[in-house]
Design a protein around this ligand. Structure first.
Ligand code: SAM
Ligand code: SF4
Length: 493
């Protein structure tokens, strides 16, 4: 049993859930307009910063690509920069320092980054500085300086805790500052200075890196070894967030459920339960779960603690045990389906979503057919499907990439078509139900309020009230119509 809190006195929230938006670009609010003045055009001179009519002010612009982990890393990078006296601006034009937080999970990500950096040459001539952060930075390392000599900073995520020192070096005129040697660190990037972009729903990273080394994946090479945060520190952050008005917390990790408390106080399920009982927190979500480490006590916690989401994202990657073995996923189709059966046996219906790769080397039509039958068997509410994309340094690179690209695309389309029909039927089952939503915003073109259910489904609704409910408000909504990816309804109050 976790040393934190008993599973008692929990208010009855029927519909917790989680939010899985994959590719996300760029960020939020707009501070005071600033102009940057430079001493000369060359890179080695130290930076001077000026704000119109005010004291000296350093400015930065950041653009973010990739998963929620990257989005949240950027929130912490922004908080760190602001703590170091920088102000965030909305355009590259207005910034002294331009940061690019990259993702290299698929495609030719590194080529896209170099292409983009090319666009920055002109800005460099006007005295701006550039930093490449994240997975492409870690993967390409100092090669970035060779191909884009105007870049001053290259840092992987395992080195972000050293950002303040790296920033000072750049300010002093250093031209090749790196944070690339920390992939074996046991430390996580913890900071109180996190610039969260949503005032109601916030992320907490509880585990960084990955030790699983799936045959196709760059993450263990770019994000370093697996390391968990102390449960007491995670809970403190959750309490601080609740105190400042957040009602929804999303726990993050490449494999969030591989969490191991360095203090030995809590299992992952116990930590989940403890966060679900923080006063003021109404929803707790977690992503991504690895099937090998998905234990029954996670479902028990969802059963016991109503604030825990009734949604689990459990990437399967393939329905064929042969392909799972080649992928080095460390579970079979049968073991995966056992975990699905636990969730189907839960007290509340748990919505399930997954990730799938089509056309992994060696995938025969029969293997692919097993993925399709798995979709039929599980009845997912959502699937993120990708064509296999060969990645640098990964073991799969040395396997013959035998499936032509057209065939990978063909299989992907078959899968998406099948899944669409499954979702259509699944979503129709909500007709007539009253679901609690958290309001996310308005869609003025449709005259609808946008809400999200605890199962992480979008529910667009109308209301009889003269004033639309504000973002962050929770409301009961009756479902009147469904689509394969969203619900439509009317507010009950
Ligand atoms: N840790 C999670 C897990 O084990 O399921 C996955 C995290 S990974 C950042 C997100 C997804 O990207 C994976 O589930 C996989 O489907 C996809 N992915 C990763 N590498 C890929 C590759 N080389 N080609 C295609 N898709 C890939
Ligand atoms: Fe990549 Fe596998 Fe680690 Fe997930 S578990 S991040 S797919 S190596």
């Amino acid at each position: 049993m976790c040393l934190f809190a008993p599973l008692a006195n929990i208010s009855d929230q029927r519909y917790p859930g989680f939010h899985a938006d994959w590719p996300i670009r760029s960020f939020g609010t707009s501070p005071t307009p600033l102009i940057a003045i430079r001493s000369g055009l060359g890179p080695p001179a130290p930076l001077r910063y000026t704000q119109r009519g005010m004291a000296s002010q350093k400015t930065f612009y950041i653009e973010t690509f990739g998963c929620q982990m990257n989005v949240h890393d950027s929130e912490k990078v922004i908080g760190t920069l602001e703590q170091q006296g920088y102000a965030r601006v909305e355009t590259e034009e207005a910034a002294d320092l331009i940061l690019y937080n990259t993702c290299s999970i698929r495609d030719k990500a590194e080529q896209k980054v170099f292409h983009r950096l090319n666009d920055y040459k002109a800005l460099y001539r006007r005295g701006k500085r550039f930093g490449v952060l994240g997975c492409v930075a870690q993967q390409e390392g100092e090669r970035i300086f060779e191909r884009a000599p105007f870049v001053s900073l290259v840092s992987g995520s395992a080195s972000y805790r050293k950002l303040p020192e790296m920033l000072i070096q750049i300010e002093q005129g250093a031209t090749r500052v790196t944070g690339l040697d920390d992939r074996q660190t046991d430390e996580t990037f913890e900071t109180e200075f996190t610039a969260r972009s949503n005032p109601h729903r916030g992320y907490i990273t509880i585990i960084e890196g990955c030790d699983k080394f799936c045959a196709y994946c760059v993450v263990p090479y770019t994000r370093g070894k697996e390391r968990s945060r102390r449960s007491s520190s995670v809970l403190d952050e959750a309490r601080r967030m609740a105190d400042s008005g957040f009602t929804e917390i999303q726990l993050l990790g490449q494999n969030v459920n591989s969490y191991r408390d360095p203090e030995g106080k809590c299992s992952f399920a116990e930590l989940l339960a403890a966060i679900g009982q923080v006063p003021g927190i109404r929803r707790v979500r977690f992503t991504t779960s690895h099937p090998r480490d998905f234990t029954r006590d996670i479902v028990d916690a969802i059963d016991a603690v109503p604030t825990l989401c009734d949604h689990v994202h459990l990437p399967v990657q393939s329905g064929s045990s042969k392909i799972l073995r080649l992928m080095q996923r460390e579970y079979t189709r049968e073991q995966y389906l056992e975990r699905i059966a636990w969730m189907k046996g839960a007290k509340r219906p748990i919505s399930m979503t997954t990730d799938i790769i089509t056309g992994f080397p060696g995938e025969t039509p029969e293997d692919f057919e097993q993925t399709i039958t798995l979709l039929d068997e599980v009845q997912y509410d959502g699937v993120f499907a990708f064509k296999y994309s060969p990645r640098p340094n990964t073991p799969a690179l040395s396997m013959p990439d035998s499936i032509p690209d057209e065939e990978k695309s063909h299989r992907l389309q078959i899968l998406l078509d099948r899944q669409r029909e499954i979702q259509r039927a699944n979503y129709e089952k909500h007709i007539g139900q009253i679901l609690e939503v958290m309001v996310e915003g308005l869609n003025p073109a449709r005259g609808q309020v946008v809400g999200r259910t605890s199962q992480n489904k979008t529910l667009n609704f109308t209301t009889a009230q003269p004033i639309a409910p504000a973002p962050g408000v929770y409301l009961p909504v009756r479902v009147t119509k469904t689509f394969p990816n969203s619900l439509v309804g009317e507010a009950v109050v």
